[in-house]
Design a binder for this molecule. Structure first.
Ligand code: HEC
Length: 118
C-alpha cells in the first residue's frame, strides 16, 4: 500500500511542478514588451456601401462619414429632398456635424439622388 502510493504522490508533485513552470513561462511571455521590429498587418472589413459618384458626392463623403458609415443613408426608407434637408440639418444642429449652412442644401440634393422619393 505504501509502496504503491508513493510513486503516485511523486507523479502528482511532478505534474504540479510542470504546471507551475508552464504557467510561469507563459506569464513571462505575456509580459514581454511588444517588439518594435515586428510588423503586424490588420485587414479591416470593407465598408459595405460608399457614397456613389454624382454631384455633391464629395460633400457627403467629406462630411457624413466622419461619425458613421454611408450605410446610415442607404438603409433609410427613401426620403424626399425636404426630409433629407431636415436630416442633414439635424446632423448639424443636434449631433454637431461641422457643416456650413451653405452645404446643407447641396448635400440634401445629392442624398435625394441616392435614396430619394418625390
Ligand atoms: C458629428 C457626428 C455626425 C456627423 C458628421 C453626421 N452624423 Fe448622421 N448621425 C449621427 C448620430 C450620433 C446619429 C444617431 C446614431 C444612432 O442613433 O445610432 C446619426 C444618424 C444618422 C441617420 C439615421 C437616422 C437618424 O436620424 O438617426 C442618418 C440618415 C444620418 N445620420 C445621416 C447623416 C448625413 C446625411 C450626414 C452628412 C451630412 C451625417 N449624418 C453626418 C452623427 C453624425
Amino acid at each position: 500500500m505504501r509502496n504503491r502510493s508513493l510513486p503516485g504522490a511523486a507523479a502528482s508533485a511532478l505534474i504540479a511542478i510542470a504546471a507551475l513552470l508552464g504557467f510561469a513561462s507563459d506569464s513571462a511571455a505575456g509580459a514581454a514588451p511588444p517588439n518594435p521590429d515586428v510588423t503586424v498587418s490588420v485587414t479591416l472589413p470593407p465598408e459595405r456601401q460608399l457614397f456613389k459618384d454624382g454631384p455633391g458626392a464629395g460633400l457627403a463623403r467629406a462630411n457624413c462619414q466622419t461619425c458613421h458609415s454611408s450605410d446610415y443613408i442607404y438603409t433609410q426608407p427613401p426620403l424626399s429632398k425636404a426630409q433629407w434637408l431636415a436630416e442633414v440639418t439635424k446632423m448639424k444642429n443636434i449631433y454637431g456635424a461641422p457643416l456650413e449652412e451653405s452645404q446643407l442644401e447641396p448635400i440634401a440634393a445629392y442624398l435625394v439622388t441616392q435614396n430619394g422619393k418625390t
